[in-house]
Design a protein around this ligand. Sequence first.
Ligand SMILES: Cc1cc2nc3c(=O)[nH]c(=O)nc-3n(C[C@H](O)[C@H](O)[C@H](O)COP(=O)(O)OP(=O)(O)OC[C@H]3O[C@@H](n4cnc5c(N)ncnc54)[C@H](O)[C@@H]3O)c2cc1C
Length: 518
Amino acid sequence: MAQDLDYDVLIVGGGINGCGIARDAAGRGLRVGLAEMNDLASATSSASTKLFHGGLRYLEYFEVRLVREALIERETLLRAMPHISWPMRFVLPYHKDMRFESATPTSKLLSFIMPWMKGRRPAWLIRLGLFMYDNLGGRKILPATSTVDLRSGSEGAPLDDRFEKAYEYSDCWVEDSRLVVLNARDAQARGADIMVQTKVTGAQRNADHWVVTLEDQSTGTAREVRAKMIVNAAGPWVGDVLNGTLGLNSREGVRLVRGSHIVVPKLYDHDKCYFFQGEDGRIIFAIPYEGDFTLIGTTDADHSDPSEKPTCTPEEQDYLVAFASNYFKKPVTRDEIVWTYSGVRPLYNDGAENPSAMTRDYTLKLDETAAPLLNIFGGKITTYRKLAESALSKIETQFEGLSGDWTAGIAMPGGDFAVDGVDALIAELTRDYPFLNPRWAKRLVRAYGTEARDILGNATSKEDLGEDFGADLTAAELTWLKANEFARTGADVLWRRSKLGLRLSDEQAARVDEAMRA
Ligand SMILES: Cc1cc2nc3c(=O)[nH]c(=O)nc-3n(C[C@H](O)[C@H](O)[C@H](O)COP(=O)(O)OP(=O)(O)OC[C@H]3O[C@@H](n4cnc5c(N)ncnc54)[C@H](O)[C@@H]3O)c2cc1C
């Protein structure tokens, strides 16, 4: 690298794609800077359904490449982060009146060869899809599909009696915003500069380098850095950065599609998820969430302006409540909702009319007309590591002697233990710190894995960990989050490094914010 430059690669955006690329690039020896204008994962990457999944429904769009890559990736990721990710079983109740989304290629094909089905999804087709799902991705850890009799057993208990049969298949849960911060931490450990609250406000392009203006969002001060190339991983803002901040004229674009979730007190006692098919051909999930809650989502609605904060509209709340109530014995009501969240999918604009039908695959576009620029469009949480490898293979010709792919199988911070080792880790932590209650010990292991001990240090009582902010969030944990996880505000801690926002009162949350800003 030219020694007069600050960075080989300057990444715009601290979502999963930006942080995943930063980790991969730093691990290959590149000098990486990453600028995030708010908190890490403050946009789409904390607002997903939080699944490492192949995307069963994408099979109906013949997105076999994407599904296969994502299916294989689930287990690679699971092994690298068994603290923040775990297997889940999905119960898909079957009823003969279930319908396709009419625009899917499968639906069109079926209407042609079996017109009498009138858009209904036949059971054999679901079984075929699940057979492919089981076998496309080389499963080793996750159990295969099975059939469930809903008339007996806990899976059928909360559901309406008209559902008698279901299929059950495997995918994985992931704590999305923690995934982002762990990638950022690992990138930093490998030499990357992670700059939060830092906005890229402008850039001047030269033949062989960029001069980029960074604005500190807390002080308003601006400075310039020089980088050989830029990676634009600005998610919903990718077009704004490309055409506005970088001043280029590009026709590449994203279509912004909002997805919202609702959270209600838990609707059932077992630990499996439901995959519900609607009369409109869409699907939603109902997922056990944070011990005491059920997460229900998602929606698909166009959202034209990325600067407009996405929220779950009353219409979306009604839609999700009605959708779920169609399945549960006891209807879900709007007044049960304790929290909602929304995110904007930055989907590569492939011209599809229906937002549900747009590709979830990613597209990387390299512009080498002067100093290089790589633009990232689309993508999934599940495929972020593969996306990062693709990004590095696109830019490798820019850097002589760059080493090859390395991230598969390398543990994330705190994830250096056996894939089925969480219970053992909780037991060891409780043995060594007997003052931890079971919920607290589990939360620490699920968040920090083997690093939970670094927070607890030599403590022999809860008092040794300083102020208790509520729900066993202590001063020692805040100090750790400030020092190691780029957290600066109460919201960073309560809604992204954890979900303790669900448990703290407004007064307690304000106290956390005050302590973080002190
Ligand atoms: C409702 C919903 C459900 C989903 N569910 C799943 C799922 O279950 N599984 C799955 O695999 N995927 C899922 N996804 C997809 C996944 O969440 C996204 O593909 C992914 O989070 C996109 O990450 P990103 O890094 O591209 O964007 P983002 O996370 O939005 O990150 C972009 C970042 O760039 C920053 N930025 C923008 N402009 C600037 C600037 N000028 N300077 C500095 N920083 C800037 C922003 O602040 C932002 O933090 C879901 C998406 C949605 C919306």
